[in-house]
Ligand binder design. Structure first.
Ligand code: ADP
Ligand code: MG
Length: 455
C-alpha cells in the first residue's frame, strides 16, 4: 500500500527529504509481469534527485511492503495529467491498493505519524486550549471530555493533535485499541462494503466491527461527510455505540459544528455534547517558535544570525497555515543542502519567490533596515546601537519612519527591530521625519530613492 511505502521511506530519510521528494509523488500502477512499480511526479528536478539518490531506499521500501522485489520507475507527468489521473481513474488508483487488500480489506488501517506528538507541538495563545484538552483526553480517555471536538482552518494542527492523542494513549496503555481514520477513508470503506452485493453482510459486519470495537476513535475532517447521508447514518450509529460503551471519540473539523449545515441535526448536536476547542492561526511569536523548532529538528543551527533573519522573514510572510509555514522552511533547508549554499535572506527570497512574489511583495522591517544601512554605509549593528551621532541617528530615524509607513508593524515591534527601543522613540522619529519632509525637498528626494531601493 502506498501509505505503507511512504511511511517506510519516511523512517529512512530525513523529514526534509521526505517532504520535498517523496510526499508529492503519486503512485500510478504496478506491472506484475515486469515487476515494475510506476510512480509519477510533475517535477523533473525532483525526478533527477530521486533517481540519483533515493532509488534504492525507494525500492527497499516497496520490497518490504509488498514482500517482493519491484523496480521503481518514476514517470514525468504534467500536473494536469496527474490531477486527471487522480480524479478520473480513482479506480486505477485503488487498483494498487486492492492488489493486496481483498480479504485484508478491513485490517487495521490506522496510521499514526510518529512525528505528530505532543513533544513537538508548539503551544501558543492560538492553540493552548485545544492542546490542553487534547492532553487531558490523552491522559484520561473517555473520562474527562467525551466527545472532544476540535476545529480550525487547514494546516493549523488538528491532525497533529489527534495523532498526538493516539500516540500518548498507546504509549501509556499499549493494549488499548486506538483507531485514527480520516472521514474520507471512513466513507470510502463504507461505500466499498455497500457496493459489494455478494458479500454485503459480511462486509458490513466487518466494517461495524472495525469501528465499534475500539477504545478510542479519532476521526479527522468530519466536514467531509456533509451531504453524504448514508455515511452520516452509519457514523451516527458508530458514535452512539462508542459513546454508550464509554469509548473516547475525538472529532476534527474545519468548522464549528453549528456551521456544518449539511449535516444531520442529530450528529450536529452530539458533536456539541461536550468540549469544543478551536485552533486559531498562530501569532508571530508562535510562528517563529514553530519554525525554530522545525529547524532544530532538521539539525540547522538556529542561533545563526542569517538563519534567524530567514525565520523572521518566513514567519512574517506566512501567517495562516502552519503546513505552508513549515514547507517554506523545509524547502529552503533542502535547497541549501542541494546547492550547497548558506541560508541567507537573499537565498531565501530567491528560492521562495512564489511566496515573496512581487504582486504582494511584503516589505519587512528587516529589508528596510538593511537598505537604509547600505544607503548610508553604516552597519546593522550601528543602526541598532544606542550611538547618538548624527551619522547613525539620522539613518536610524529614517528607517524607523519607513517601517512605520511601509509595514504593518506596531510601534513597539519596530522598536524591537532597532535594538529594543521604546515605542515612544519610534513615534518621535516618525513625527520628526514626517515634519521635516514637508519642508525639506532634498530629504523628500532622499527618502523617495530609498523607497525605490526597498521595493
Ligand atoms: P490540519 O490537520 O489542521 O490541517 P496538520 O495537523 O496537518 O493541520 O498540521 C500541518 C503541519 O503543521 C503539520 O506538519 C504539523 O506537524 C504542523 N503543526 C501544526 N501545528 C503545529 C504546532 N502547534 N507545533 C508544531 N507543528 C505544528
Ligand atoms: Mg488534517
Amino acid at each position: 500500500k502506498w501509505r505503507d511505502i511512504l511511511s517506510e521511506i519516511n523512517e529512512n530519510v530525513t523529514d526534509v527529504s521526505y517532504r520535498t521528494w517523496f510526499a508529492p509523488l503519486v503512485p500510478l500502477e504496478v506491472d506484475e509481469d515486469a515487476k515494475v512499480f510506476y510512480v509519477a511526479s510533475s517535477n523533473d528536478f525532483a525526478i533527477g534527485i530521486l533517481k540519483t539518490r533515493y532509488i534504492s531506499i525507494f525500492e527497499q521500501a516497496v520490497e518490504s511492503v509488498f514482500r517482493k522485489k519491484y523496480k521503481v520507475v518514476i514517470k514525468e507527468k504534467t500536473e494536469e495529467e496527474i490531477e486527471n489521473f487522480l480524479k478520473g481513474s480513482s479506480g486505477k488508483h485503488t487498483q494498487i491498493e486492492e492488489k493486496k487488500e481483498t480479504e485484508e480489506e478491513f485490517r487495521e488501517e490506522y496510521f499514526l505519524n510518529p512525528k505528530y506528538n505532543f513533544d513537538n507541538f508548539v503551544v501558543g495563545s492560538n492553540n493552548n486550549y485545544a492542546h490542553a484538552v487534547a492532553l487531558a483526553v490523552a491522559e484520561s480517555p473517555a473520562v474527562v471530555y467525551n466527545p472532544l471536538f476540535i476545529y480550525g482552518g487547514s494546516g493549523l494542527g488538528k491532525t497533529h493533535l489527534m495523532h498526538a492523542i493516539g500516540h500518548y494513549i498507546l504509549e501509556h496503555n499499549p493494549s488499548s485499541k486506538v483507531l485514527y481514520v480520516s472521514s474520507e477513508m471512513f466513507t470510502s470503506e463504507l461505500i466499498k462494503a455497500i457496493q459489494d452485493k455478494k458479500n454485503y453482510n459480511s462486509k458490513m459486519r466487518a466494517f461495524k466491527k472495525k469501528y465499534r470495537n475500539v477504545d478510542v476513535l479519532l476521526i479527522d475532517d468530519i466536514q467531509f461527510i456533509e451531504g453524504k447521508e448514508s455515511t452520516q447514518a452509519e457514523f451516527f450509529h458508530t458514535f452512539n455505540a462508542l459513546y454508550e460503551f464509554e469509548k473516547q471519540i475525538v472529532i476534527s473539523s474545519d468548522r464549528h459544528p453549528s456551521k456544518l449545515t449539511d449535516l444531520d441535526e442529530r450528529l450536529r448536536s452530539r458533536f456539541q455534547w461536550n468540549i469544543i476547542a478551536d485552533i486559531q492561526p498562530p501569532d508571530f511569536e508562535t510562528r517563529v517558535a514553530i519554525l525554530r523548532n522545525k529547524a532544530k529538528q532538521e539539525n540547522v543551527d538556529v542561533e545563526d544570525d542569517d538563519m534567524l533573519e530567514v525565520i523572521d522573514l518566513i514567519a512574517e510572510k506566512v501567517k495562516f497555515n502552519i503546513r505552508e509555514l513549515e514547507s517554506a522552511l523545509t524547502r529552503i533547508i533542502s535547497y541549501s543542502r542541494i546547492f550547497n549554499e548558506r541560508i541567507t535572506v537573499k537565498f531565501a527570497r530567491k528560492n521562495l519567490n512564489d511566496i515573496f512574489s512581487t504582486s504582494d511583495f511584503n516589505i519587512t522591517c528587516e529589508t528596510i533596515k538593511k537598505t537604509v544601512c547600505k544607503k548610508y554605509n553604516i552597519k546593522i549593528s550601528d543602526i541598532e546601537s544606542a550611538k547618538r551621532k548624527r551619522e547613525f541617528s539620522h539613518p536610524r530615524q529614517i528607517a524607523m519612519y519607513l517601517c512605520r509607513e511601509l509595514t504593518d508593524s506596531s510601534l513597539p515591534k519596530i522598536g524591537e527591530y532597532f535594538g529594543g527601543r521604546d515605542h515612544t522613540t519610534v513615534l518621535h522619529a516618525y513625527e520628526k521625519i514626517s515634519a521635516e519632509l514637508k519642508t525639506n525637498s532634498l530629504m523628500a528626494e532622499e527618502i523617495r530613492r530609498i523607497k525605490d531601493d526597498i521595493q
